[in-house]
Every structure is written in structure tokens, then in C-alpha cells.
Design a protein around this ligand. Structure first.
Ligand code: HPA
Length: 238
């Protein structure tokens, strides 16, 4: 039973899906985290795998970049493949001065400049929030992993533009306590709300928009990404 963007059979996906933006990263996560990963879809190169972690089924699938792309995959996974939980794992640019490169952010809510959630309930500024229990499970894992000092919990911004930012906007967002910027979480939370399912984004800060002193090498990004992945995996099974 293929959907327009996912060529898989019913039951191919686990109830929980880890969702990085990059399909190459989905493959690397599947190969390192999952026992006996099996490729279940590769339409347009957007790879999806299912395997197990400690005997429990888990899937990993790329979302592509941006809210429209993620929304296509999340919608089909929730609507057609019985997926219950999607956990975005990705990188983000720091905004708050409290956040440093290498830190982890558990995104409990996501502002957005995108129209995707504005279209959901006409006249309403949609409130894009994570599942509380998954956020709590990720936080508990940060405590267990001894990384709670560099783990932040709070609001982020999901922007449509990577390169175009209205002057002063980032500073205003920082003044409102916004932790970091990425490009997908708000739409994920909106899509989960639409289907009555659960979602969370756990992000690794790879650079800082207002302080460039500590930008990361590609190797460091990959190493530190493991922290976010550990927290996301804990959330997947809660
Ligand atoms: N925007 C700006 N900087 C970033 C992002 C983003 O979406 N992701 C990682 N660094």
C-alpha cells in the first residue's frame, strides 16, 4: 500500500519514528542504533528504515528540509502507516545567549513564520506544542546521561527561510526566550495535533546566530549529535 511519497507496506513502520532532516543521517542512525535495520522506503531518496532497539521496534526516516517536506511525510506516516509518535532529531542555530554550540534543546513549543499552521484554523495563531510526556522522557534521559547542564527546554522558532531574516527579528526572538532556530518542528507539532498523535523535536545546536565564537566542525557535529539522539530515543519509547 504505497502512498504518493512512501513505498511501504502496512506494518512496515514501527509505532515510533525518529526523523532527521537528512536521509543520509537516517541511514547512519539506522545502521548504528537499530538491530537488523531494514529499508522500508526510498521514494525520491527519502530513506526509511525499521529495526529494533533492545527488542522494541523503531523506525528512522528522513523528512527533508523545511515544513512542507516534513508535513508530507508526517501526514502519510500518521494517516496511512499507523505511526503514533514522531521525534524530530536535527540541528539548530542558537539564538538565546543561554544556549551554546554543542548544547541540546528539547523543543516544548515552536513559533513559526510559516503559513502552514496559520491555514489550519482560520483566524487562529496556532499553538504548536510538543507532547509533554515525550519531552519529560527526553529530559529524564538528559539527567541520566549527565548532560542536563547543557540541555535546554523551551520554545524555538521554525523558520521558512534559511538565508533571509527580517532585521532585528532574531534579537526580538531572543528577548522572548527563544532558544534556537530550525526549519521543521512547528509543522510537525501541527500535523501531530491534526491526527491526535504525539511529537517532539530534540535538537543539537550546531552554530549560533548571534555569537559565532564557537561554531562546530563537521566531526564535532556528528559526535554531539549522539546526545540529541539518545534523548530522542528515550522519548520514542515513552
Ligand atoms: N537556521 C539558521 N541557522 C541554523 C539552522 C537554521 O534553520 N539550523 C542550523 N543552523
Amino acid at each position: 500500500m504505497a502512498t504518493p511519497h512512501i513505498a511501504a507496506e502496512p506494518g512496515d513502520f514501527a509505532p515510533a519514528v525518529l526523523m532527521p532532516g537528512d536521509p543520509g543521517r537516517a541511514r547512519r542512525i539506522a545502521e548504528t542504533l537499530l538491530t537488523r535495520p531494514r529499508l522500508v522506503t526510498d521514494v525520491r531518496g527519502m530513506l526509511g528504515f525499521t529495526g529494533t532497539v533492545d527488542g522494541k521496534r523503531l523506525s528512522v526516516m528522513g523528512s527533508g528540509m523545511g515544513q512542507p517536506s516534513l508535513t508530507i511525510y508526517a501526514t502519510e506516516l500518521f494517516d496511512q502507516f499507523g505511526v503514533e509518535r514522531i521525534i524530530r532529531v536535527g540541528t539548530a542555530g542558537g539564538i538565546s545567549e543561554r544556549v551554546s554550540v554543542g548544547d541540546v534543546v528539547i523543543a516544548t513549543g515552536a513559533h513559526t513564520d510559516s503559513s502552514m499552521n496559520q491555514l489550519r484554523i482560520p483566524g487562529i495563531g496556532f499553538c504548536a506544542v510538543a507532547d509533554f510526556h515525550m519531552a519529560e522522557a527526553a529530559y529524564r534521559e538528559a539527567v541520566a546521561a549527565g548532560i542536563v547542564e547543557r540541555t535546554h527546554i523551551g520554545t524555538i522558532i521554525s523558520r521558512d527561510h534559511f538565508y533571509l531574516t527580517p532585521e532585528g527579528q532574531t534579537e526580538r526572538l531572543a528577548a522572548y526566550g527563544t532558544l534556537c532556530v530550525e526549519m521543521e518542528a512547528a509543522a510537525l507539532y501541527g500535523t501531530a495535533a491534526e491526527y491526535g498523535r504525539r511529537a517532539l523535536a530534540v535538537l543539537n545546536v550546531s552554530d549560533h546566530l548571534l555569537d559565532h565564537s564557537g561554531d562546530m566542525s563537521a566531526v564535532d557535529r556528528q559526535t554531539r549529535f549522539q546526545d540529541a539522539l539518545r534523548l530522542a530515543t528515550a522519548a520514542a519509547f515513552c
